[in-house]
Design a protein around this ligand. Sequence first.
Ligand code: AMP
Ligand code: GLY
Length: 431
Amino acid sequence: MNILILGGGGREHALAWKLKQSKKVKKIFIAPGNAGTLTVGKNLPVDSTDFNEVKKVCVENLIDLVIVGSETPLVAGIVDFFHNDPVLKEINIIGPDKVGAQLEGSKAFAKTFMNTYQIPTAAHFTVNAENISDGIEFLHQQTSPYVLKANGLAAGKGVLIIHDIIEAEKELRLMIEGKFGQASSQVVIEQFLDGIELSLFVLTDGESYKILPSAKDYKRIGEGDTGLNTGGMGAVSPVVFADQQFMQKVEALIVKPTLFGLKEQNIHYKGFIFIGLMNVNGEPYVIEYNVRLGDPEAECIIPRINSDFCELMAATGNGTLSETELEIDERFAVTVMLVSGGYPGEFKRGKIVTGINNTKDCVVFHAGTTTDIETEGIKTAGGRVIAVTAKDYRLDGARSKAMANAEKILFDGRYFRRDIGLDLINYVAKN
Ligand code: AMP
Ligand code: GLY
């Protein structure tokens, strides 16, 4: 099989790395890819939102299967584009159609979907310029802190959690007036859920599903979960507080009704469902849906999947997922993200990366890297640069291996959080 992966981050490197291990894969193409994906496939300079360009490379390279890494092309309707094109409709594409992608693309759509299928989630109220006074009334019925979410895609920056009611009112007005552009012309106000967060990944072919390993993401830049939000500074899988009893509730109250709803609404969904969950005293609530794998969660969970990934993807596309087995490595995985100094604010690119060859007993995934044409060395090309994943039967073992290897990879301004997984180790010690 020839496979095209759309994207160029750590998640896409992890996908390409895993697919490369399958005997069923002939060629892997990554568009645009990075310096890491070059070692497992061929990079193509294609913008994944330019569907005609994507079509051209699919035809030129006899692609059988496309995996869409990020939400942007999905929300823009790439799956519908494939289905409506006489040539592309024969190609399996992993991801939901445009309506399904609204589960991530519109928070209001996702909330209505959850309410329709009685999926547990925070109480909410959707506000626009017309009903702002009703929104302020709802805000006053909540207790601090107040949660305000831009309805549309806002590059992970569209959620504000504010303690002061006056401040919350002010921010609500600013959002409606365009603080996050068109994305916040509608705002979802939510009840605050107090609990511990985890991410669950489900793979579905539209009929049946497989629950992939869970992961905990570390979103803030600073240790102890302080400072600005980032794309994700690290991950741990499995999540120790998601025990069997909790997972049974998640499956019955969330996964099954979600799949039922997708079918009932005739949404074409063959792909990953990323369910952001809050565990509130043992009860699961959905915080958000994403319609793809997470990044860096993918770098953490993919190395724990023992099954042939190409078979899983093909079965997802062909609708035969129920005939496949999913085998998971029972070891813990810890992923540490090395980022450029200044990230998530301003940062410099083009710093030389060294030391990757000195790592051992871990996997190194590239995120924002490119190859230096003159030296053939590696240079930084983004905020998140490298993800290091290590596995061990003990969580603290996986954690120390990941940290020790992260330490060996060097570039000017390099920063990483040294506390990834510590909270879970402390949780185990206490419970
Ligand atoms: P989202 O983009 O919806 O995932 O929100 C970003 C982050 O804000 C989440 O990962 C949570 O940490 C937090 N968050 C979102 N909604 C809520 C809520 N209703 N209660 C508490 N925290 C929330
Ligand atoms: N790590 C969170 C995300 O991929 O959205």
